[in-house]
Structures are given as structure tokens and as C-alpha cells.
Design a protein around this ligand. Structure first.
Ligand code: DGL
Length: 260
């Protein structure tokens, strides 16, 4: 049986990219809701509908687990999806706890979508982990648009990030938490704008480890030659140009992977 990775778009490839390293003998389905991306600036009810449709499709495919490789969809819908379906559903939330565990003295900036930043799940997470009030939240919705159109290194991207980060005194920070999977594509531009004391923290590894833990607990790990099937909103991606597009994102993730 296959493992599904779900995102509003191509951000979730960053989590799949990690899973392919940790689980090289599994078969994967990657579902990008390309008809409805971006989620992060839409009403929560609408996002709930989109996620419901996607999960219905994936469950009908007979997958053994669904990784919600999207902080926004997790914030809105993961609880509801777990009530609906009896397979492991792994969610993703900004790795603020991990950042504070690594350094509990300096400030942490969490960047994510507007939905994630303003959601109840984020508020509860901050209440639980940020006892010293070290965490700041910043929505960066335009990065999702830039990522979807493969605009990684333009003047617009650099200008947007420079402007958004201008008011922070980064000598007081230890981490930038990438709280949206689409943001993994911009680590080089972020790196140029941040001093060396600020490190990237993301939830990709933690999410894949949780997937492995849940599959192990159910004795559901398998041993096949690895394969990945891609879907855009329920349509199988077969056109060579689109498969090449997805491979370019994977290549970009290879390049970003080791940036500290
Ligand atoms: N990639 C998604 C996340 O991790 C959201 C992007 C969007 O559709 O706004 O939050």
C-alpha cells in the first residue's frame, strides 16, 4: 500500500523529498491541489472543503497513511480528517518547539501563511511552548505565489523578503522557523538577508519521523522498489512537461537541503 503526501501545491514536495531519503523502499503518492492553491489566504471553511475532497480521493486510492505536508491544511482540517478516516494522518505545524529547544534564550521568528499564523492551533502551540515570550509570527503569503510559478531568485523575491524582514533586529534571534512548506525553496535568499546566528528550523524531518513511528507501530512498513505517482487535484500527472516541472522542484530542494 502507498503513502500519500498532500499539500495545497508543490510545497509538500519538501517533506516527500525527506521521506524518500528515510524510506527508500516505500511507494508514494504526491497530491498537490493545484486547482485551489494558495490556501493560506482563503477562508477556513473553503480550505476545509478542499482538504476534504483531497482526502476523500486519497482514501479511495487505498493509501495506508496520509501526511498532511501543509501547515495550513493541518491548522484547518487535520482534526476533522482524523475523525472521518481511520488511517494514520500525520499533521504538520511550525517547528517553534524545536527552535526553542535548540536555544531557549534568543528570539525565534516563525514565518507561515496568514491562516497558520492566525489560527487557534498556532495560538495553543505558542501558549504551550513559548513560556518566555520569545516567539514572533510573520505571514509571508507572497512566497507561495512565487514558489508556484518557480520564481525563486528574482529581484521581486529578494525585495519582498528584505522589506518584510526589515523591522527585526536579528542579532536577538537564533532561528527562523519555516512554517509553510512552500518556504523551503527560498533558503538561499533568506540566508543572504539573515546573519549567521539565525538558523533555519523546519518540520520536515520531525514529520517524516512521526510517519515512520506510526507505520512501525502498525507493522505497516514495506519493502518495494521506490516509486512516486503525482496528482494535481485528483488528475494523474503524466505530461512530460509537468513531470519535468516537478523534477525541477526536487532539484531545487536538493540545492537548498544543506543550507544551515
Ligand atoms: N504549503 C502550505 C503550508 O505549509 C500552504 C501554502 C498555501 O497554499 O497557502 O502551509
Amino acid at each position: 500500500m502507498k503513502i500519500a503526501f498532500f499539500d495545497s501545491g508543490i510545497g509538500g514536495l519538501a517533506v516527500l523529498h525527506h521521506a524518500m531519503k528515510l524510506l527508500p523502499r516505500e511507494q508514494f503518492i504526491f497530491f498537490a491541489d493545484e486547482d485551489h492553491v494558495p490556501y493560506g489566504v482563503k477562508p477556513r471553511e473553503q480550505v476545509m472543503e478542499f482538504v476534504g475532497e483531497a482526502f476523500g480521493f486519497l482514501v479511495d486510492c487505498g493509501v495506508k497513511a496520509i501526511v498532511t505536508a501543509c501547515n495550513t491544511a493541518t491548522s484547518v482540517a487535520v482534526k476533522e480528517m482524523r475523525q472521518r478516516y481511520d488511517i494514520p494522518i500525520i499533521g504538520m505545524e511550525p517547528a517553534a518547539k524545536r527552535a526553542l529547544d535548540l536555544d531557549g534564550e534568543h528570539r525565534v521568528l516563525v514565518v507561515a501563511t496568514p491562516i497558520t499564523v492566525s489560527g487557534q492551533k498556532m495560538r495553543i502551540l505558542i501558549e504551550h511552548v513559548d513560556k518566555e515570550h520569545l516567539v514572533d509570527l510573520l505571514p509571508l503569503p507572497r512566497l507561495v505565489e512565487f514558489a508556484e510559478r518557480m520564481e525563486f531568485r528574482s529581484k521581486e523575491v529578494a525585495g519582498y523578503l528584505k522589506e518584510q524582514l526589515a523591522s527585526y533586529d536579528f542579532s536577538k534571534y537564533s532561528a527562523l522557523v519555516l512554517g509553510c512548506t512552500h518556504f523551503n525553496y527560498f533558503k538561499d535568499t533568506f540566508r543572504e538577508l539573515l546573519p549567521e546566528n539565525v538558523h533555519f528550523v523546519d518540520g520536515n524531518e520531525g514529520t517524516v519521523r512521526e510517519l515512520v513511528r506510526q507505520l512501525k507501530a502498525r507493522n505497516a512498513l514495506e519493502d518495494h522498489p521506490m516509486s512516486v505517482e503525482y496528482f494535481y487535484s485528483g488528475r494523474k500527472v503524466e505530461a512530460p512537461s509537468e513531470l519535468a516541472r516537478l523534477q525541477s522542484y526536487m532539484k531545487r530542494l536538493d540545492e537548498m537541503y544543506f543550507l544551515p
